[in-house]
Write a protein that binds this ligand. Structure first.
Ligand SMILES: *[C@@H]1O[C@H](CO)[C@@H](O)[C@H](O)[C@H]1NC(C)=O
Length: 577
């Protein structure tokens, strides 16, 4: 680290660019504006405020250059190789806006390979919010993180803290056990001594007998390392065989920060063979993993729609509020609605908004640049529309914007990178479409690559510049059948590729992205009209569908969204990091 010397100029605008050995000319005012440290130095009558040359010993030249460059250009180029050093210097010299860009980078770009470094950094500098985000990332992506080299360097105590967390996301306790074994095997001489204690973090009672057989096999292998086998196997056996209480704290109970909120829907009452549309709004407080693969969702009632029930409606979250729009309350011609409501979870209050200009069911609703858009839908039985309305929350008004190219209902819409994408749906003849388009409220429609399969009444969710479609019906063979094929669209390459098919039909299901996984909730089966009360989740890393549990109430034509709910509605256990 050489001594950085700055030649200071008084004017505005960087007139002298050339470097003279280790010296560079920089404007006092530029430094004073972007750094509290330099503002103090130049404005509080310190000696440096009239010196033409200031020496800054003990500072690394390359990081300082990056920060000075940022002060002039407003551009800060960061990578995982440089971000920690630049953040340290931004902290030291109080470059506030550069600092917040660095912290934002760490949060937004966090990866399995960097999250443990971020956690150590946040801990060292006492940044509790960043530390919480990094720890949560580790819990959420434990499988991926446990295969990185950084994981192998984790301290035993830190590892145990993660293992003990209810919120640890793992496909099974065997995966936790394997992670501990791989950590021990990275340095068996040193680490076998910690095995007994670490094994107390593995929830053996949640294993199946087959999984436990692998524990025994691994234990036999571990015996090669010498005399510690009794402890490892002993604690495991004790946990598995003799302490079988199904107490709740033996479950992994993950409480995602955001809650999945379910709105309305319809349900068949099998006793009377009657349909019962719903006004209920539920939220998922926690996800539980029991023995083997048994998973369950803890649902709680949030509120009720202050009007008729709704299904085939649209929902969206904007500015912390839930919007519930259109839909129908029963199956007759006159049961389609144009009403709209908003719900504020903080005050627990509903508000009736202006009606849409058009009746719409089987519509889709998206948020784009702080406005809601109600796109297409059926205004009558077997009559769909091409019109799109925009809701302005400041004026409580709906106004028509540029229509679609064709009448559409039962389509799906999603927003990613600020653009509205629409896929599939029924055209005016109620044929299922393969089309995908980009829709803009002023510029209209641009067609993109077709899906490989037609579909309507399906789900579409955006995740990391990709759009995932799942569920719905198709009718290429004339009659409607369940569409089980799932596809993903790459918005950069403009192409669709199929991925693992759904394990069961989900027509008219709800969907949501939670913690980087895609959830498909409820719906029905087109072939026999039975209800699909299950929740399936697709993990793009593991590339597979998992059964997450059941829905609490109505199942068909429900809608879901993700909301941040006030603390008092959520229940947090003490077993968090
Ligand atoms: C909405 O979609 C469903 C399912 O495809 C369909 O049966 C219904 O007729 C559509 N229109 C209305 C007005 O509900």
């Amino acid at each position: 680290h050489g001594v950085y010397q700055a030649l200071l100029a008084n004017g505005v605008g960087r007139t002298v660019e050339e470097r003279e050995g280790e010296k560079e000319k920089i404007h006092r005012i530029v430094l004073a504006v972007s750094s509290d440290y330099f503002r103090g130095m130049f404005t509080c009558g310190m000696r440096e405020s009239h010196q033409s040359c200031v020496a800054l010993p003990f500072l690394s030249t390359s990081e300082l250059e990056v920060l000075i460059g940022y002060s002039y250009s407003g551009i800060l180029l960061l990578s995982w190789d440089s971000v920690f050093e630049i953040t340290c210097m931004a902290l030291q010299l109080q470059f506030q806006s550069a600092l917040s860009i660095c912290l934002n980078f760490m949060k937004k770009e966090m990866q399995a390979s960097s999250c443990l470094d971020v956690a150590s950094f946040a801990e060292a500098y006492g940044m509790s919010e960043l530390l919480e985000e990094a720890n949560d990332f580790v819990l959420r992506n434990f499988m991926e993180v446990s295969s990185t080299s950084k994981f192998q360097d984790l301290q035993a105590e830190k590892l145990l803290n993660f293992l003990r967390c209810d919120g640890l996301c793992v496909p099974s306790e065997l995966a936790v056990f394997r992670a501990v074994i791989s950590w021990i095997e990275a340095d068996p001489e040193e680490r076998l001594a910690h095995a007994g204690l670490l094994m107390t973090g593995v929830r053996f009672p949640l294993m199946t007998f087959r999984e436990f057989r692998e524990v025994r096999a691994i234990n036999l292998r571990m015996e090669c390392f010498g005399n510690k086998e009794v402890e490892l196997y002993g604690s495991a056996l004790k946990e598995f065989g003799f302490s079988l209480p199904k107490s709740q704290d033996h479950c992994r109970i993950r409480r995602p920060k955001d809650a999945v909120v379910l709105v309305g829907g319809d349900q068949l009452n099998p006793d009377v063979g009657q349909r019962i549309p719903s006004r209920e709004v539920w939220f998922a407080n926690s996800l539980r993993s029991g023995t083997g693969l048994v998973k369950d969702i803890e649902w709680r009632r949030l509120t009720e729609i202050p009007d008729k029930p709704k299904f085939r409606h649209g929902v969206a979250v904007m500015d912390g509020r839930l919007y519930v729009i259109g839909g129908c309350f029963f199956y007759a011609k006159d049961d389609i609605m144009k009403s709209a409501y908003s719900y504020d979870p903080v005050s627990d209050c509903w508000k009736r908004l202006a009606d849409m200009q058009e009746f719409r069911s089987n519509l889709s609703v998206v948020v784009h640049e702080l406005h809601l858009y109600a796109i297409g839908g059926d205004k009558d039985i077997n009559t769909n529309v091409d019109s799109v309305e925009m809701y302005n929350p400041d004026t409580d008004t709906w106004s028509f914007v540029r229509p679609l190219d064709l009448a559409l209902s039962g389509h799906a819409a999603a927003v990613t990178n600020g653009e509205i994408f629409i896929s599939g749906g029924f055209n005016c003849k109620y044929e299922c479409l393969v089309s995908t388009c980009l829709y803009h409220p002023e510029r209209g429609t641009i067609y993109l690559a077709d899906m490989t399969h037609d579909r309507a009444q399906h789900c579409m969710e955006a995740l990391q510049s990709h759009l995932y479609v799942a569920g719905g019906v198709c009718n290429l063979r004339k009659f409607y059948t369940d569409q089980l094929v799932c596809e993903v669209y790459d918005t950069v390459a403009d192409c669709w590729t199929t991925f693992a098919s759904l394990p069961m039909p989900h027509v008219g299901a709800a969907s949501i992205v939670l913690e980087e996984k895609i959830y498909v909730l409820g719906g029905y089966c087109q072939d026999d009209y039975s209800e699909s009360a299950l929740v399936h989740r697709f993990d793009p890393i593991m590339q597979r569908w998992e059964n997450m549990g059941k829905l609490p109430g109505a199942v068909t034509d429900i809608r879901a969204c993700l909301m941040h709910l006030p603390q008092h509605l959520r229940h947090f256990s003490s077993s968090t990091l």
